[in-house]
Design a protein around this ligand. Structure first.
Ligand SMILES: Nc1ncnc2c1ncn2[C@@H]1O[C@H](COP(=O)(O)OP(=O)(O)O)[C@@H](O)[C@H]1O
Ligand SMILES: [Mg+2]
Length: 299
């Protein structure tokens, strides 16, 4: 981490960034999470995965959730999607309590979840057809979503004929085809190589900019969180609790060139400090036995 950057400068916002946040907070709250608790019974006793988690996501906000492995990120998003019940607390979408899955929330997972026996177009049409839509209109709309993710040439291809990045673009199109109010994404680019991941992040920002969509995006990648988010919800582990909500001071539109900007580095520094507070001390204290001749030093 660049120690030349003031570690507190993640709190300093330019006038343009401050007015963006002021405008964002004037918008209606799409997703409201109130005092969410989740415990899992296990043979060794109950595990508290989430403890008193509360936050709001504004309309058209891009929020990332980050935290160490096992802090409850996937549990949180599964509860928001209605795939898992909470032990207590409330989830409200546009003010209405969420109970069970629904087309108003689109999910994209890390693992490839396309139906392998359906083509790209059939995968994208699946949700609207399940919702009872019929005829050429469904097909026309599916084409628009496939266009949006840049895969028109592949609408009749099957998932096994696509690369990982292309599969995830279809997964995004499929989720959007249900016209959700919010996209819930659980480490969607986690299995992609670094270059494809970077491309996908830029694609997603373009999609987000051009649609009336709110995004809650889980990641454990500091660069990804700082590049994509308006705000970053940092969770801590054992039990999973909200540690801090960071307003990312990096201006929009974002470009990969900003990865070296002081605001970007300060944001990463802050997240890293929250997630790995004692990493340096732990590394220092590992007793390495010397396995070279004394005096044969490389540093
Ligand atoms: N079905 C389950 N049964 C028991 N424990 C679970 C279950 N799902 C998750 N957990 C536990 O809850 C905690 C949070 O898990 P998870 O939400 O997957 O974390 P993350 O996605 O942040 O890595 C972990 O301690 C995990 O072992
Ligand atoms: Mg997870």
């Amino acid at each position: 981490m660049n120690t030349l950057v003031d570690p507190l400068s993640y709190r300093k916002q330019s006038d343009a960034v401050r007015s963006r946040f002021e405008a964002m907070k004037q918008r209606p709250v799409v997703l409201s999470v109130r005092n969410l608790h989740k415990t899992f019974p296990t043979p060794g006793g109950s595990v508290t995965a989430l403890k008193d988690v509360s936050f709001d996501v504004y309309r058209r906000e891009f929020m990332c959730v980050i935290g160490p492995s096992g802090c409850g990120k996937s549990t949180l998003i599964r509860i928001l999607a209605g795939l898992e019940d909470s032990s207590s607390g409330q989830v409200l979408l546009d003010g209405n309590p969420v109970s069970g899955p629904g087309p108003d929330r689109g999910m994209v997972f890390q693992s490839y979840t396309l139906f392998p026996w359906l083509t790209v177009k059939q995968n994208v049409m699946f949700g609207p057809r399940m919702a009872g839509q019929k005829g050429a209109a469904v097909e026309g709309e599916a084409r628009q979503w496939i266009d949006l993710v840049g895969l028109s040439r592949f609408e009749n291809s099957y998932p096994h004929q696509l690369s990982g990045g292309m599969k995830q673009r279809v997964a995004i199109a499929r989720a959007l085809a249900n016209r959700p109010r919010i996209l819930l994404m659980d480490e969607p680019f986690g299995a992609l190589d670094a270059q494809t991941r970077c491309q996908m992040q830029s694609y997603l920002l373009q999609i987000w900019k051009n649609l009336d969509i709110t995004i809650l995006f889980i990641t454990h990648d500091l660069d990804e969180a700082a590049y994509l988010s308006d705000r970053i919800l940092v969770l801590k582990a054992n039990p999973g609790e909200v540690d801090e909500i960071i307003e990312v001071p990096v201006p929009r539109p974002r470009t990969p060139a900003q990865f070296v900007s002081p605001e970007f580095i300060a944001t990463k520094y802050r997240i890293d400090h929250l997630i790995h507070p004692e990493t340096a001390a732990e590394t220092d204290s590992i007793p390495f036995p010397r396995m070279t001749v004394a005096g044969d030093d490389v540093e």
